[in-house]
Design a binder for this molecule. Structure first.
Ligand SMILES: *Cc1c(COP(=O)(O)O)cnc(C)c1O
Length: 397
């Protein structure tokens, strides 16, 4: 053979004796077959076989298998982002004429997807109170085919009565999907509590370093896996093995990172409680958090983020307070090594009868910096935001 061919075909190199601890990054579009017969029968390889890079490589399948173990599920699929994992789950569970129930406290782009993407397809949605519990029965009908949960709620941290909601949904023949990004399977395993789809934004705790986007959905029912895979094949959705390899690396330290973030976040939440009006610190481990009893019942512990409802009188000083931060960075998301603060508006969202209208909620995500440096930053923030005397005057009787 000639040089041009040697440039294209590499010799086989022995893997004998090469036992690395890392999962290799296998890149591929084309998969080659050992003979004509193998090619002709490639359609019989099933969802576990290799047929084309888009549908999986040993790298992505290793991550899927690891997710199956953590979630005690039968199968997982990987999607390019958490939001994409939510979209694909909904498109798998719903067809025109169907209805989905979404908690008011869901990750906001979910409601955007329902309004702007599902509604024009003839798929309707109803927004429900996350604390509804078994009362979700009032919203059920024959056309409701999916009940979505996110617990604790994005930013506002309400904890849902998962088992009660899932039981009612199943009684009415609906599937149950859960955005488990706050907890990760280390703190809560949705499939054990009645979910059919356990969705994760691997972008957060799993990857752990704010440098990639990836989502996953884990199911127990092999039939749902096939439906997810069909949906993904139609839309040409797959993920890069590089992203999967980074998650495989990041998740090796997830338990330690999550535990550290959680410890510091809870300590800070408790220290901040007396500095703000009653009920201003939103953290599921605090008894004042709506659904706290369900948190204690269902979760192995809290994650490393919490929120602060800012007193209205402090809002004019918010920008100055954020600009004065020296360690926290200003930004959304969580689960990376950098601590973040993100001012969030939850305008119109109801909570225990009150409506968050002109309020800003500040969400804090704790990273890996020195806790004393972080606390000094929080003191700088609270001092600018609300001098102590003013804060005390606003505490309701
Ligand atoms: C970040 C996040 C998502 C979306 O994940 P991306 O990978 O950023 O698309 C979904 N749900 C929750 C609760 C999140 O925090």
């Amino acid at each position: 053979m000639e040089d041009k061919t040697f440039c294209v075909h590499h010799p086989d190199v022995s893997h004998e004796g090469f036992a690395s601890l890392t999962v290799p990054t296998y890149r591929a579009s084309t998969i080659v077959f050992k003979d004509a017969q193998a090619y002709a029968t490639r359609g019989q390889r099933g969802p576990d076989g290799y047929s084309y890079g888009l549908h999986g490589t040993p790298t992505t399948k290793t991550l899927e298998a690891q997710l199956n173990q953590l979630h005690r599920g039968a199968a997982s699929v990987l999607l390019p982002s958490g939001q994409c994992a939510i979209a694909v789950t909904m498109l798998t569970a719903l067809k025109p004429g169907d209805w989905v129930l979404v908690p008011e406290t869901a990750y906001p782009p979910v409601l955007g997807f329902c309004r702007n993407f599902l509604a024009p397809l003839g798929i309707s949605h109803t927004v429900y109170d996350p604390l509804v519990g078994a009362g979700i029965a009032d919203l059920m009908s024959e056309t409701v085919k999916l009940v979505w949960l996110e617990s604790p709620g994005s930013t506002t941290m309400e904890v849902q009565d998962f088992a009660a909601i899932a039981a009612v949904a199943h009684d009415h023949g609906a599937l149950v999907g859960c955005d488990n990004t706050y907890a990760s399977p280390l703190l809560f395993k949705p499939l054990d509590h009645g979910a059919d789809f356990a969705m994760e934004a691997l972008t957060k705790w799993f990857s752990g370093h704010s440098d990639l986007l990836l989502g996953s959905v884990t199911v127990r029912d092999p039939e749902l896996r096939l439906r997810l895979r069909d949906q993904m094949r139609m839309m040409g959705l797959g993920v890069s093995p590089d992203e999967a390899a980074l998650v495989l690396r990041g998740m090796q330290t997830m338990a330690v990172r999550l535990s550290h973030s959680a410890t510091i976040a809870e300590r800070f939440a408790r220290k901040m409680e007396p500095l703000f009006p009653a009920g201003s610190i939103l953290h599921p481990a605090l008894p004042s958090c709506p659904g706290h009893a369900f948190f204690k019942r269902d979760f192995a512990g809290p994650a490393g983020l919490f929120s602060v409802v800012l007193p209205e009188h402090s809002l004019p000083r918010l920008d100055a307070a954020l600009d004065g931060l020296q360690v926290f960075r200003i930004g959304a998301s969580w689960g990376g090594t950098s601590s973040l603060m993100a001012p969030m508006s939850v305008k119109g969202q109801r909570r225990l009868g009150a409506t968050f209208d002109d309020t800003i909620i500040l969400r804090l995500s704790i990273g890996m910096e020195d806790p004393d440096d972080l606390w000094a930053d929080i003191e700088r923030l609270t001092n600018t935001l609300q001098p102590m005397s003013e804060a005390l005057q606003t505490v309701p009787e």
